[in-house]
Design a protein around this ligand. Sequence first.
Ligand code: F6P
Length: 458
Amino acid sequence: MSRLVVISNRVAVPKARGAAGAQGGLAGALNSALKKHKGVWFGWSGEANEERAGTINMQRHDGVTTATIDLTPQEVDDYYNGYANSTLWPLFHYRLDLTRYERETAKGYEAVNERFAESVTPLIEEDDLVWVHDYHLLPLGERLRSRGLKNRIGFFLHTPWPPTRLFVSLPSHERLVKTMLEYDVVGFQTQEWLESFLHYCQKELGAEVDEATGKVTYDGRECTARAYPIGIDWDHFQAQGDTGEARQACQRLLSSTRHRTAMIGVDRLDYSKGLPERIDGIGRFFDQNPERVRDLVYIQIAPPSREDVDSYQKIRGELEQKTGQINGARSEVDLVPIRYVNRGYSHAELFGFFRASKIGMVSPLRDGMNLVAKEYLAAQDPEDPGVLILSRFAGAAAQLPEALLVNPHSPDDLSYMIGKALDMPKAERLRRYEASVATVRDDNVQAWTERFTADLAG
Ligand code: F6P
């Protein structure tokens, strides 16, 4: 088996793994793949440091070698806060209103990709498979090729890929996609994002596209683009559910909610997650059913994210204001309708909270996949499962059509689905859960890694 070199913006040290569910699924997913392939995981340390920028820090932990570099404060601003999270992230989540186009940050993004290529090249051996992740590193494959790398190099995008008409608003759209065609395999979360990418290649670049196989031929090179829906680490998550920590978390929530049904949402504090819209839906539910304030308690776990980016500061303020308004209007001395928690929890605790909550609320306005939806289902009691309310705009909706699919922009639809979930008879809960849980268990992160790396190995 070839060694695997994974390259991503962030590299999770194993001790941080517990919080991966709240941070996004990437960390847990890659750890499993690397253990199996005895590979190296390269990326940014998360530190801004003028003097040490570019120096490689190697560590070996639990069978995985990590290699990280610091970036300068200017690089962090231009590449991470700037082009990656103020240009590509909003654009890829269909938020043209939040997308900033700045030539300087675009240059910083290219420069950091070049720095990554320069630092990682000496770590790559001749037969290694190289697997690059996410929107931070779209041009990295081309940068590696320009250094003479002949290895098989693949790329996986964890976010959505936008429709061509939105994507062409990016000044460097053509250059970015041309660099992506230097990869041997390009993976997307869903068929929908894949089709948008192929549409762009055909219509804007004039590439030859075989839709049946995903083969894109351009400028004498061939690249295969396919959908590889990511999954959770089922076994690891179930093992977390068997711990005392998970049982205690479950009990803690049950005893604090008593005769009320707990509905839970766990999201990074990001505008793509539809949090203010969700609170509006909950407000609408209480407006339409004021007596049910005694039936439902909503728990929102929202660890802060990308706090140096303006749009993230705004979303936090908006969420706090909306939550405060509902709680102010509807609380009693012994009852608060919305609990809002601004921190992350371990996987074991999340398992317990999910198990204790009879409704899981996952309503992003747009999401590449959303692993919280899958984790919620994985944590349910198979004899008496809860109900998942899921945005039809999350990639996970394509795999989980038996969830209660909701339009996250519509307070009325959200309100209707909350009522439906609260009143759903056990037989229907069981039927919906059983129709969904098999794909969560079987299409897991190990299966995802194997499919991608098998295609990459050719
Ligand atoms: O899922 C998208 C993603 O950017 C992942 O790559 C990342 O692990 C997660 O969101 C958290 O974001 P950040 O690394 O910016 O904190």
